[in-house]
Ligand binder design. Sequence first.
Ligand SMILES: O=C(O)CNC(=O)c1n[nH]c2ccccc2c1=O
Ligand SMILES: [Fe+2]
Length: 221
Amino acid sequence: LHRNRNNLEEFIDKICQYVIRDMDKYGVCVVDKFLGMEKGLAVLNEVLYMYSAGLFEDGQLVSNKGSTNDLKTIRGDQIIWLDGKEHQCQNIGMLISRVDAIIMRANKMHNNGKIGNYTINGRTKAMVACYPGHGSHYVKHVDNPNRDGRCITAIYYLNRDWDIKENGGLLRIFPEGWRDQVADIEPLFDRILFFWSDRRNPHEVQPAYKTRYAITLWYFD
Ligand SMILES: O=C(O)CNC(=O)c1n[nH]c2ccccc2c1=O
Ligand SMILES: [Fe+2]
């Protein structure tokens, strides 16, 4: 266990350098193979179990232009809020503590205890979101447009064998200052994404045609 702990510490340090550099440079950072296959699957199985148990709240109704241009209301994202200490959520809890470790370490390591210009001192619970397919999407938005305290969005994706052409569900970020460039992020299994939550990063979830799961944490300063 001791050896694993060292590896974990080293891993967290490495990821942390990467997050600090990319957040400073782009305001967006993607890390793949965040937990590894075994732990990633354990998190996915807990999410699937809760979904099959009907624990997700009903998705918000989103009006969608139907094929004949009539307004079709479809169910958008369905969510459940967790603190990771619930029964049957210990792997989700482990994921949350790994992300916390990265953010807290980045806080310490970077220009006297700040990441960007923030001193992170808290976060929301974890929001597990499911886009049920059938074109469910999320319109272009800013997570924190009016200084509600959230400064970093962290999204962990759980979608195995995801084919963006077939299944859609692309996350497109329109980073401020990138002119007409965009950041297209596929919601791939065991991928984690960080970005500044404020107006620097308007983003949208394009229509998904297969069930699409993600776990989001928002960090406060
Ligand atoms: O899943 C993604 O790739 C990006 N997802 C989002 O930007 C996103 N942003 N804000 C929300 C607020 C409430 C419920 C779901 C969401 C949501 O999926
Ligand atoms: Fe968002």
